[in-house]
Design a protein around this ligand. Structure first.
Ligand code: ADP
Ligand code: MG
Length: 398
């Protein structure tokens, strides 16, 4: 039995016309001798009637923030509808499809509602269906606790479901179908002439995904990597060969940089020693913020000041904590963290200099930088984000 997991995102299942393309992909897999197992997201995007965000708008913020169990139950509905509708279309096309919730598919999670982690998979039901020649259509993004409560795996969790099942079923491949041809050198909505990446390593795509590229969820990459199952990112609407993600990446290519991505909604915080003389809390700022569950990054500590960034969503808590400690600080809001990623930049001198020069030649102010062996980050004003990405895309000839 050669199983292939095929995951279809929100746009792919949103209309009858698009679902016809899904049916073609399933038929092709069967023709090639594979037993497909489908994973589907909720139909459509924000604003469309069965999309997760639309369902969430049916209940009050206060209720959903304090009743995570109820919120999960509601969030599971979009995928449940989608799996039944998709099964119906497949059935009408002569394919014996069976809709299953994540729990019915054997995905067990902890009870960390809204951000649950898969703790075990019991894939027997899927194996049984597949061996009967049937096609399971599993709801993405969800599982069940040992006590039978429905949980969700966090935003983008349908990709994770595909990887979890791919590994548990020892699939030949995990195919993630979406609305672009594959992983590109930058978000094609930001860089018009972004190029398709043919092959990329799990490590590099993890960096891209973790640093902002929404095309695949980083957790899905991690799970597939641990199980050593190749991932293919493909376009539901075309026959493009897509991007292959595996252990080795593209050995034939010696391009230093692989891709560029970014995260919006960052705030830069600076706290100077001079402004806070005599305040004993100054030394323990990082502890204080950690105790209040504010996560920081781009942390630079100098004798004269401490600089870091936080998420826009943590602004209120941050200000409350700093004000109650009588600390003086400066915020720069509306920042974006641009990340340039490439496994071959390691040890090559002058990369950061090249980035800074390219940005300053284009009058883009760099507020902060950081680097690791595979990534260079630059914090810029969000108004400059798009231009910064385009400038760097051109500089590194991506
Ligand atoms: P789905 O609903 O199929 O899961 P997503 O919206 O999660 O789709 O992911 C696809 C989107 O990811 C694309 O429409 C594209 O705008 C965006 N994206 C961001 N970065 C990249 C990138 N480097 N390559 C391809 N797509 C990207
Ligand atoms: Mg997605």
């Amino acid at each position: 039995m050669k199983i292939v997991v095929q995951k279809f995102g929100g746009t792919s299942v949103s209309t009858e016309e698009n679902r016809q393309q899904v049916i073609n992909k399933v038929k092709n897999a069967i023709k090639e001798g594979y037993s497909p197992v489908l994973v589907v997201s909720a139909m459509g995007r924000k604003g469309q009637p069965y999309a997760t965000d639309t369902l969430l708008s049916l209940i009050d913020d206060k209720f959903k923030n304090t009743n995570k169990l109820a919120k999960d139950l509601l969030m599971c509905c979009g995928e449940i509808i989608s799996s039944v509708v998709m099964s119906d279309d497949l059935y009408n096309a002569g394919i014996d499809a069976v809709p299953l919730t994540g729990g019915q598919a054997g995905i067990l999670t902890d009870n960390n509602f809204n951000e649950a982690t898969c703790v075990d998979v019991k894939p027997k039901k899927i194996f049984d269906l597949v061996s009967q020649g049937r096609v399971p259509v599993v709801t993405g993004f969800q599982g069940v606790t040992e006590n039978g409560y429905l949980t969700t795996l966090g935003r983008g969790g349908s990709d994770t479901t595909a990887s979890i099942l791919g590994v548990a079923l020892k699939a030949e491949a995990i195919e993630i179908y979406t609305d672009v041809d594959g992983i590109m050198t930058a978000d094609p909505r930001v860089v018009e002439n972004a190029n398709l990446i043919d092959v990329i390593s799990y490590y590099e795509v993890f960096q891209l995904a973790e640093k902002g590229a929404t095309v695949i969820h980083p957790k899905a990459v991690e799970v597939a990597m641990e199980g050593n199952i190749p991932i293919l990112i493909k376009n539901t609407m075309s026959d493009c060969k897509g991007t292959l993600i595996n252990n080795f990446g593209d050995k034939s290519n010696d391009r230093m940089m692989t891709g560029i991505t970014s995260q919006k909604n960052r705030i830069q915080v600076s706290i100077t020693a001079a402004e806070n003389q005599g305040n004993s809390k100054y030394k323990n700022v990082l502890d204080l913020l950690a105790a209040n569950k504010i996560s920081l990054d781009l942390i630079n500590i100098f004798p004269s000041e401490q600089i870091f960034t936080v998420n826009q969503a943590d602004k209120e808590t941050l200000e409350n904590v700093l004000n109650s400690a009588n600390l003086k600080y400066i915020l720069i809001e509306s920042c974006s963290k641009v990340a340039v990623i490439g496994s071959k930049m390691k040890g090559i001198p002058g990369v950061m200099a090249k980035i800074i020069k390219a940005l300053s030649d284009n009058n883009i102010e760099v507020l902060q930088t950081a680097d690791s062996h595979m990534t260079i980050w630059c914090l810029v004003h969000s108004k400059d984000e798009k231009e910064a990405i385009n400038v760097l895309h051109k500089t590194f000839k991506l």
